[in-house]
Design a protein around this ligand. Structure first.
Ligand SMILES: Cc1cc2nc3c(=O)[nH]c(=O)nc-3n(C[C@H](O)[C@H](O)[C@H](O)COP(=O)(O)OP(=O)(O)OC[C@H]3O[C@@H](n4cnc5c(N)ncnc54)[C@H](O)[C@@H]3O)c2cc1C
Length: 375
């Protein structure tokens, strides 16, 4: 049987070369530290500066602001390669925050924050509107922020938090919400909790942030007027959801590759595991589902690069591709038997690491609600 030959249509020669650089960089600089990162519940701060040095952090941001000057294809490659290597570190969040600045920041804000973010000297974190209780009260040229945020990726190293706050607590619904960029260095009243212990993705920190009468210049409001936060987030969620879907597809493909090798090596009752019909049926089904996912994803990436991906399709991609990933990885764990449950095995870590894809960036139930609104 000839091999399936398929290459994503958005891969150009230049993007292929970039992929090789990113893959080698991750293998050399990140993979050897994974056990330690997991133990300490966070990546090293220098991981950001190292990644920034090879344009891995903001590859799709214009070089005018220090970025890699590429397209979303470059960011997709970074997300895929990190997922394939099983490395979870906040590059994706860094890029998401940068795109909020690009879309809504003033020229001064972009020039101030994007270049240090691109080289990894400034780490970005973002908070969503989930159960928003944090309040920012205007006081002269400043906002005074009170409240807390939980489950914040990159919280530990974050020098810039793109924070969703209520600027008008009396306004009903989305109209009272704004995004304010909080520069955390030496900021009085700001505190970061210890990285929260998680069942997966232990090498990437998730923290609680506390704001106690924190004073932030009013000029750090994102956008020219208050009350736009909800709409700004709606505008940017397509980027975030597509990013999650990309990592999900790459993880499913890698799980399949690992498991195919494993079942060829593993012998049971004198017979390679791949020779059992059940193994072949399960893997044939997984391979088909992974390929369906890949083709759908590539269509989404292609449309996103052309500025044509709508939020409903992005929600479909986030919902279906993460569920597909979790199904495939679970089948692969089963084919590994007991070894599939041992955390030293990559497939076991993938299983634990993938699960959150269905929860964050808006739960999959919320994705289905969004899709249903379009019916
Ligand atoms: C590892 C990790 C990293 C994260 N990183 C970040 C980050 O960097 N920034 C950030 O802001 N947040 C982050 N989050 C938070 C994440 O986005 C939320 O956990 C997620 O949106 C779900 O919100 P919740 O935890 O409050 O769950 P809940 O909203 O309490 O959901 C509980 C259940 O209720 C269901 N549900 C809720 N509303 C509805 C509805 N309308 N219809 C049907 N079912 C519903 C949900 O689908 C879910 O099954 C992170 C979370 C994790 C676990």
């Amino acid at each position: 049987m000839p091999p399936v030959t398929y290459e994503s249509p958005w891969i150009t020669d230049e993007v292929r070369i970039f992929r090789n650089t990113v893959r080698q960089f991750i293998q050399t600089n990140f993979v050897p530290h994974q056990a330690r990162w997991r133990e300490q519940h966070h990546a090293d701060a220098e991981a950001f500066t190292k990644a920034g040095a090879i344009s891995l952090l903001l590859p799709d941001v214009s070089d005018e602001y220090g970025g890699g000057g590429g397209t979303f294809a470059h960011e997709a490659v970074v997300l895929e390669e990190l997922a394939r290597a099983g490395v979870h570190f906040g590059a994706s969040v860094q890029c998401i925050v940068a795109h909020y600045l690009l879309a809504f920041g003033s020229e001064e804000q972009k020039r101030r924050w994007l270049p240090p973010m691109a080289c990894g000297e400034l780490v970005g974190a973002g908070s969503d509107l989930q159960g928003i209780k944090t309040v920012a009260r205007r006081d002269g040229d400043h906002y005074v922020i009170d409240g807390s945020k939980t489950f914040i990726t990159n919280g530990l190293h974050a020098g810039l938090v793109c924070l969703a706050v209520k600027t008008d607590p009396k306004a009903a619904g989305p109209r009272g919400m704004s995004l304010i960029c909080v520069e955390t260095k030496d900021l009085a009243g700001y505190r970061v909790g210890k990285p929260l212990p998680k069942v997966g993705r232990q090498g990437q920190d998730t923290c609680e942030l506390f704001f106690d009468a924190v004073r932030v210049p009013a000029a750090n409001l994102l956008g020219t007027v208050e009350g736009k936060g909800f709409f700004q987030m709606m505008d940017q969620l397509t980027y975030e959801r597509l990013s999650v879907a990309i990592a999900a597809v790459a993880t499913a493909e890698e799980a399949l590759a690992i498991t195919t090798r494993y079942v060829k090596d593993r012998t049971i009752s004198g017979q390679p595991l791949i020779d059992y019909q059940n193994t072949r049926m399960v893997l044939a089904k997984c391979k088909t589902e992974a390929h369906i996912g890949r083709v759908f994803l590539d269509n989404c990436i292609d449309r996103f690069i052309k500025g044509q991906l709508d939020p409903v399709t992005a929600a479909m991609a986030k919902y279906w591709l993460t569920e597909n990933d979790c199904r495939i990885v679970d089948e692969c764990v089963q084919l590994h038997g007991g070894y599939g449950y041992m955390s030293e095995y990559p497939i076991a870590r993938m299983w634990a690491d993938s699960r959150v894809e269905r929860i964050f960036a808006g739960t999959n139930e919320i994705m289905k609600e969004l899709i249903a609104w379009s019916l």
